[in-house]
Structures are given as C-alpha cells and as structure tokens.
Design a protein around this ligand. Structure first.
Ligand SMILES: NC(=O)c1ccc[n+]([C@@H]2O[C@H](COP(=O)([O-])OP(=O)(O)OC[C@H]3O[C@@H](n4cnc5c(N)ncnc54)[C@H](OP(=O)(O)O)[C@@H]3O)[C@@H](O)[C@H]2O)c1
Length: 326
C-alpha cells in the first residue's frame, strides 16, 4: 500500500490506517479473538498505522494492540494513542504529572517503553494555546517516554492553533464527504508546517457505507444510539454531526457518483486520501471483511468529476449547518 510520511514524526505510514475505537467499546460488542483478527487482516492488507486511545474500553483497545504486537514481533507498525479523557475535561488537568501517569499506563497496555505518538484527546480549547502543555509534552519526549506528540481536535480553529506550536507532529481531525471544512485552511497550514494529518470518522460513523436505512437500529451500548444528540461527547463524533435522515438522503446521492469498481465506503475513503495534505485515513472496522475492504480502498482512483460531485453534495446538504460549527 502507498505510504506517506506522517509529518514531523518522520515515519512512513500507510495511507489507510485502522481506527480501533471499535476494539474497545461504544460500538456494540467486539470479542477479543475478533479484535485480533481485525488487526491481522489490516496488516495483511498493508496497513501499518493503528489509532487508539487510553479510554477506548478503558484500555481494552490498547491492550488488544499490545497483544497483537507481542504475538507478531518485528512488524513495523506505528501506533498512535491518545490521552486526556480519563479525568473531567478541565484545562488544569493537563499537567506533566498527569501526562506521566497516563503515558505510563499506555506504555504498559501497549507493551512498549516508548510510545510512537501520543495525541491530546480533544481537550478543552484553552489547552491548545497553553505553552506549558507543550513544554510538558517536550519533557516526555526528552525523557524517552514518547517519540512524538500531536493533537486530536474537534474544530478547525483548534487544529490551526496546535499547528502553530513547533513540537506538534500531527493533527487528527474529522474529514469526510460530509465534513469539508478542514480543506479550507487546516490542510494547507499543516502541509506548510510539516504536520501530518490523520483523517478520522471517514465514513461518518458508517453512514457513508450506504448500508443504513431509516429503520436501522443500533445497540444500546453503541454511541450511534446513545450519543445521537451529543449527550455523552461532542455530537460531531456521531454520524459526523449530520442529521441522520438528511445523511441518508445525501448518501443516496453519493452512491450515484461512486466510481465503478469501488464500494460506497471505499469511494468515501479514497476521496479523503486523495486530498492534498492528508497523510492517512483511519476507518474503524467491526469485522475482518470491513478491515480488508477499507485497506483495499487505498488503490481506488478518484476522478475530478467525483471530487466535484462530493463538493456539490456537501454544499447542497450540509455546508450551512456544518461549516460554522466545526
Ligand atoms: N476524538 C477522537 O480522537 C476520535 C473520535 C472518533 C473516532 N476516532 C478514531 O477514528 C477512527 C474512525 O472513526 P469512527 O470509527 O468513529 O468512524 P468511521 O470510521 O467513519 O465508521 C466506522 C463504522 O463504519 C462501518 N464500516 C466500516 N467499514 C465498513 C465497510 N467497509 N463497509 C461497511 N461499513 C463499514 C462500521 O459500522 P457498523 O458498526 O455499523 O458495521 C464501523 O463501525 C476510530 O476508530 C478512532 O480510532 C477518534
């Protein structure tokens, strides 16, 4: 699979990675054997970048990756984890002492002395402009606990602030056919500053696979059920913040323009990977078939017509609601 350098990490990562929130919690159940099979199928298909977080299943996702790496020594995999959501979301919690605790826990879960990449996990907005936070992260690098750090953000203004800080190696942001705002300023700024872009929620939580209908229901422990109105975390993380039924209409339109030879999900992923400034796209997978199909999207091509169609759908259905908010 094609690889690109992930910003200041200098590491070569596959243009399609694997999001592993699903291997922790919040998406219904994935059993441990299936989690291992999903990781293996992704690597088999050329993926060498996993995104996780210390809170996914309270460490279950990190532990699944740790086990996979221990069982398969010698693989050249970059693991990006996240920290910061094990406490109340208050800026004063983003201290070196807390970072040390969180990083040590992730090192243990992942079975490594040095974490490849740690991302602040959508912290309160003032954290992005606090020089002491970056100093603390630099300390962790100099101590050898982490190799690099980056941020995962909700909004484009947060991304732009983080990009201004020298040590920021990567930015993770929602970018998909229903969320185009990062194209305006974030991607050009990241490219100019040599900051890698990790594009998350590429399928708008599965909407952009085209498989859901008005009648589809989601398990009680699936955020697409319990967070539809943003009751537990930013509503933008669930269906990318679009109204579900409007999303279904837009997907029907999207399916009309999907290039021959690609599935709806693959076209959605390939379109993101083709955007200038994107390093890697990290779809989440709930089974081996999804993991393999998503990795195969790396070789799907994207025409100018398709790109124009994606932009038309966004302008027509979502721009007014989405652009001002995130
Ligand atoms: N704050 C943050 O930093 C943050 C927030 C959100 C996500 N993330 C990261 O980004 C990753 C990706 O985002 P996401 O998982 O939220 O959303 P996503 O990748 O847009 O959607 C994942 C869902 O799409 C469906 N799907 C995946 N591949 C498919 C295929 N080939 N065909 C049909 N359906 C398919 C599955 O839904 P079903 O379950 O219905 O099969 C899957 O659970 C996460 O795993 C996580 O690592 C980070």
């Amino acid at each position: 699979m094609e690889q690109r350098i992930l910003g200041k990490t200098g590491r070569n990562v596959s243009i399609v990675g694997l999001g592993t929130w699903q291997l922790g919690a919040d998406w219904g159940n994935v059993d441990p054997a299936q989690a291992q099979a999903i990781l293996a199928a992704s690597v088999e298909a050329g993926v060498n970048f996993f995104d996780t977080a210390d809170v996914y299943g309270d460490g279950k996702s990190e532990q699944a990756i740790g086990k996979f790496l221990a069982d398969n020594p010698g693989l050249d995999i970059t693991v990006a984890t996240k920290m910061g959501r094990r406490v109340d979301q208050k800026p004063e919690h983003y201290t070196l002492a807390n970072f040390r605790q969180w990083v040590d826990r992730s090192r243990k879960n992942l079975g490594t002395d040095t974490l490849d990449l740690v991302q602040l996990h959508c912290p309160p907005t003032p954290v992005y402009s606090n020089a002491e936070v970056y100093d603390a992260l630099d300390t962790l690098v100099s101590e050898g606990a982490i190799r690099n750090y980056g941020v995962s953000v909700e909004r484009t203004d947060e991304a732009l602030e983080a990009i201004r800080h020298e040590g920021t190696a990567s930015v993770q942001i929602i970018l998909n056919a229903f969320r185009l705002k990062p194209l305006d300023e974030v991607l050009p700024a990241a490219k100019a500053a040599n900051v890698g872009i990790i594009a998350r929620v590429p399928l708008a939580s599965g909407l952009l696979s085209g498989k859901y209908t008005k009648e589809t229901s989601f398990a009680e422990n699936d955020h697409r059920n319990y967070n539809r109105n943003g009751d537990s975390f930013d509503v933008g993380e669930t269906f990318s913040g679009v109204d579900y039924e409007l999303g279904l209409k837009a997907v029907a339109e999207f399916q009309q323009i999907v290039p021959a030879g690609a599935s709806t999900a693959q076209a959605a992923i390939a379109w993101i990977a083709a955007q200038d400034g994107v390093t890697t796209v990290i779809p989440g997978a709930r089974n081996v078939e999804q993991a393999a199909a998503n990795a195969a999207a790396a070789s799907a091509s994207v025409s100018e017509d398709f790109d124009g169609g994606v932009r038309w759908i966004y302008d027509h259905y979502f721009r007014d609601a989405i652009h001002p908010r995130w």
